[in-house]
Design a protein around this ligand. Sequence first.
Ligand SMILES: [Zn+2]
Ligand SMILES: [Zn+2]
Length: 188
Amino acid sequence: MTNTLDPAAPLVIDTATLGRSSGTTLAVAREVPAPPALGTDVFKVPESSAIDIDVLLTAVSEGVLVGGEVTASAEGECGRCLAPVRDTLRVQVQELYAYEGSITEETTDADEILRLQGDLLDLEPAVRDALVLAMPVTPLCRPDCPGLCTECGVPWDELPDDHSHETVDPRWAALDKLRLAGEDVEPN
Ligand SMILES: [Zn+2]
Ligand SMILES: [Zn+2]
């Protein structure tokens, strides 16, 4: 491990009270401020907004199993009409944090496993992964959002049913001109 965990960090848990006898458990429930840059390009949990952590730590022979639920509010923009979209993400986490020096730690690639630093474990990667996985690839304000008029960029929801643009396609515009001339009306 290159970076050292800060025991006071909101998502760092000290497992000293859990001990290392297999099967002992420790419930951890806390509300923590969201770390920066938690999300995707189109959806994110705002920094410092509340994340609810409700997990059970279980000591096993190779490390500490963390299982439970994480809840956070996330927001983004509708992929069709750009209206703000908010959603509550409620996700399950289930991760093994290997003890330093355990067989699991020694036989697994560094980037494939989470590990304890002494008695400390960092929930952030597990929380981050679980929340990001639950985020929509294309957020929508509602499933049948009609999006924006491609001509004027106004949301269809705000436009009358008969909204249209006369000169959508230059070929049609030319035809319209002919038609209008035939009707002896000044084209505009
Ligand atoms: Zn929309
Ligand atoms: Zn329009």
